[in-house]
Ligand binder design. Structure first.
Ligand code: 0X9
Ligand code: CA
Ligand code: ZN
Length: 423
């Protein structure tokens, strides 16, 4: 197994003159360190249908404004957008060209933190390597529960972090949860009760190759995908959140082009890391029953709580009854009340296919949400807020996460249907 060793220079500061030069040359055109890609803004975009049409070109919609969107795309994408009547202009982000902020946790640092948590709390925290990334890094799950070495008959809850490389605040969210649920045990009655009564799985970084790549340059690279090469193309990477095996590529909600920012891969679960996480989740089926009842997939940014489906605007389908939808909505709204995010169905933003949300629900029956964390808009730093916000913006989600853990015994309890579904 080979580890791409982090550059010893990665934390060195870019000399002021060079930094200024980079800003001067790049900020006007393609405002990202990844050659050929840039951040752009399109005005006059207001409806989900318009946004889906834009997303269908394969650009990533980074943020939805009231009457505009911010996207990451290539110059080719711009031509296609132009032919559809969308004029995109270069958008100058607040911090994309800043050098990686050492206040964010690198993958080697994350592994050390996990080891420390397990060492400090051996009775309630355990580490499991459930696979390897394309570049050979360990993919790690941390289980938190009393009698942690035993598979007890308790509702299980899943937290997935960092499918998208540049969304580093989600790794900090995992670090926060690791500490909250272990340090709080035996101190806070509510946390003690939840750790005793649930089996909690935290997957602190499911795309370590992407994270490390995003941090390894002189500036952030604005990278989203994993780092797996594509056959017959020089373009690297698959968008993990378009690679899941439910209605994969069904609905114009992903790109079929390897150079697309939302490239769906050449088959469902073709991304090494998606296959590993999917196998992990399928591995929680015991005696034909999925043990995980509830999940959150953490992303940034926009301060949203999203629920399935993403592949259709419809609330109900053959795979989502009205009561199932109402349960998602009620829980989403209940959590949003706690953290101040905006709750909505994910397709209210734009159509996506092959997302983890849709797969977790339709394939595994897990009530689940995407959190789009801080900031609310690009002016807060977009994907790269300063590390000074980490403590505030992770602890902000404590109450919302505890609410989900609480309802994981029977999510349908929130609509009063526990007898019908969990009797
Ligand atoms: O597009 C995505 O994958 C997520 N947004 S992000 O800016 N973090 O890339 C949103 C996914 C929401 N889930 C579904 N649409 N199913
Ligand atoms: Ca169990
Ligand atoms: Zn994301």
């Amino acid at each position: 197994m080979h580890h791409a060793s982090p550059s010893p220079f990665r934390r060195s500061l870019v000399p002021v003159a060079v930094g200024a030069l980079l800003l001067g040359t790049l900020a006007t055109g393609s405002a990202t360190a990844e050659p050929g890609y840039g951040l752009y803004e399109i005005d006059g975009v207001t409806t989900p249908e318009e946004r889906s049409e834009i997303a269908a070109t394969g650009v990533a919609i980074d943020h939805v404004g009231e009457d505009s969107v911010l996207i990451t795309g290539s110059t080719e994408d711009l031509d296609e957008l132009d032919s559809l009547g969308y004029a995109a202009r270069a958008f100058e982000p607040a911090r994309t060209l800043a050098s990686p902020d050492p206040g964010y946790t690198t993958y080697p640092e994350l592994l050390e933190i996990i080891d420390q948590v397990v060492t400090d709390h051996p009775g309630i925290a355990a580490r499991e390597v459930f696979g390897r990334s394309h570049e050979g890094r360990d993919l790690v799950a941390v289980k938190i529960s009393d009698n942690v070495t035993v598979d007890e008959d308790r509702p299980e809850v899943l937290f997935v972090h960092s499918q998208h490389a540049r969304e580093h605040l989600t790794v900090e969210m995992a670090v926060y949860l690791l500490h909250l649920l272990t340090d709080g045990y035996g101190e806070e009655p509510r946390i003690t009760e939840l750790v005793d009564g649930r089996e909690i799985w935290i997957l602190p970084n499911v795309n370590p190759d992407g994270s490390e790549y995003d941090m390894a340059g002189d500036t952030w690279r604005n990278w989203r995908k994993n780092r797996q090469p594509n056959e017959g193309s020089s373009a690297i990477g698959t968008d993990m959140n378009r690679n899941w095996a439910y209605n994969w590529g069904c609905c114009g909600g992903s790109s079929g082009n390897p150079s697309g920012t939302t490239y769906r891969g050449d088959a469902p679960e073709s991304a090494t890391e998606v296959k590993a996480v999917a196998d992990f989740v399928r591995g929680r089926v015991v005696d034909g029953e999925q043990q995980i009842t509830a999940a959150i997939d953490f992303h940034t940014y926009s301060e949203l709580i999203l629920w399935p489906f993403g592949h259709t605007y419809d609330e109900t389908t053959g795979a989502m009854t009205q009561e199932e939808y109402d349960t998602h909505r009620a829980l989403g709204e209940y959590m949003a009340e706690a953290n101040g995010y905006t709750p909505q169905q994910s397709s209210d933003l734009y159509i996506t296919d092959g997302s983890i949300n849709d797969w977790l629900w339709a394939d595994q029956g897990i009530v689940n949400f995407t959190y789009e964390m801080y900031p609310r808009s690009a002016s807060g730093g977009g994907f790269y807020p300063p590390s000074s916000v980490i403590e505030r913006e992770t602890s902000r989600n404590e109450e919302a996460v505890l609410r989900l853990l609480d309802y994981a015994d029977c999510p349908y309890r929130i609509i009063g249907e526990q007898d019908a579904y969990c009797g």
